[in-house]
Ligand binder design. Structure first.
Ligand code: S3P
Length: 173
């Protein structure tokens, strides 16, 4: 277990990592960062563009760079991650791993009912084909669960309730 005191939010695309992170910031002293945002600002281009211009492998290398930096240089921070970031070998060195969990169908429903749903789907290259996305979900689900120190079931809960539950569970540790 890491002594860096970070909380690392993992989970599938669209499960609500960003929304929960924003609520945690409101209800605690945590500062939050997001691995996708770090990569976009590092590259000065959107994730979608990075995938289109340089491919997924290139993007995964950028995630690796970010994970090395997080594990050596970041403390006391809430870190929300892209859905594939869990593959980083040093994930557990970064901090307590918290999984936001929900069935695939509920995640898609959640995205579709968002006022910005078209943009939310478009900006995620791996969600373009829902059949492929479901396959990815089925592959990843057991791995997410295996890595998680804490699991928050988020289906039909508000981001605020999930954030409160998460803070309570972290305090108990
Ligand atoms: C990805 C998830 C995305 C982003 C990239 C790849 C994945 O982040 O990192 O499109 O492999 O699941 P979100 O989980 O924030 O959508």
């Amino acid at each position: 277990m890491s002594s860096r005191n970070n909380v690392v939010l993992i989970g599938f695309m669209g499960v609500g990592k960003g929304s929960v992170a924003r609520e945690i910031v409101k209800h605690s002293d945590y500062l939050a960062i997001d691995t996708d945002d770090l990569i976009e600002s590092m590259q000065n281009r959107r994730i979608k563009k990075i995938f289109e211009e340089d491919g997924e492998e290139y993007f995964r290398d950028l995630e690796k760079k970010v994970s090395c930096w997080l594990s050596t240089s970041v403390k006391n921070t809430l870190i929300s991650t892209g859905g594939g970031f869990y593959k980083q070998k040093n994930l557990k060195d970064i901090g307590i791993v918290v999984l936001l969990n929900s069935p695939f169908e509920s995640i898609i429903k959640r995205i579709k009912k968002h006022p910005n749903s078209v943009r939310k789907l478009k900006k995620r290259p791996l969600l373009n084909d829902l059949k492929k996305a479901k396959k990815l979900y089925d592959e990843r689900s057991p791995q997410y669960l295996k890595l998680a120190d804490i699991v928050i079931e988020v289906t039909n809960k508000s981001a605020q309730d999930c954030a409160k539950e998460l803070l309570k569970k972290i305090k108990k540790r």
